[in-house]
Design a binder for this molecule. Structure first.
Ligand code: TYD
Length: 140
């Protein structure tokens, strides 16, 4: 997926495998098996204060799967042409975000945990943090 040509149509909800158990469920994910990328990094956001606004950037190469491991929040995705709001509120649904998509995370419920599976290790140079620069990459 290319930074300049990707669109929000390339971002989709992936229903994750769920192993039912009488004492609770398990979701187990393997890179390239359950996801279209290998997993190089896992991180999660927690203790998120009410009204917090996270994200506000795009990535050049990074693919991510975003999961509401607990609670709920909204993800705004924007390819410079079209925007969409995706509500995440189930731990067995993940939102795939491809490179070249501006994202913002808002409306976190109390106690929400945002789990992110990422295709690359942390690299500050992979971020596009200026919206104007993002639009230039998208030829806007
Ligand atoms: P950032 O990705 O901007 O957070 P969000 O999109 O959730 O608002 O990261 C916030 C800070 O944390 C920034 O200084 C970079 C640092 N960080 C790491 O050091 N490693 C990581 O894997 C991530 C995701 C962030």
């Amino acid at each position: 997926m290319h930074l300049t040509t990707s669109s929000i149509a390339d971002c989709k909800i992936i229903e994750l495998p769920k192993i039912h158990n009488y004492s609770g469920n398990i979701t187990s994910l393997a890179g390239k098996v359950d996801l279209p990328f290998d997993i190089q990094r896992v991180y999660y956001l927690y203790d998120i204060p009410g009204g917090a606004h996270r994200g506000g950037h795009a990535h050049r190469d990074l693919h991510q799967l975003i999961v509401a491991a607990s609670g709920s929040f909204d993800v705004l995705i924007n390819d410079g042409n079209h925007k969409r709001v995706v509500q995440l509120n189930q731990p067995y649904n993940g939102l795939l975000i491809v490179p070249g998509i501006w994202r913002e995370l808002i409306h976190f419920s109390s106690g929400a945990i945002c789990l992110v599976l990422a295709s690359h290790k942390y690299d500050k140079d992979d971020y596009i943090r200026s919206y104007d620069t993002f639009l230039k990459f998208k030829n806007k």
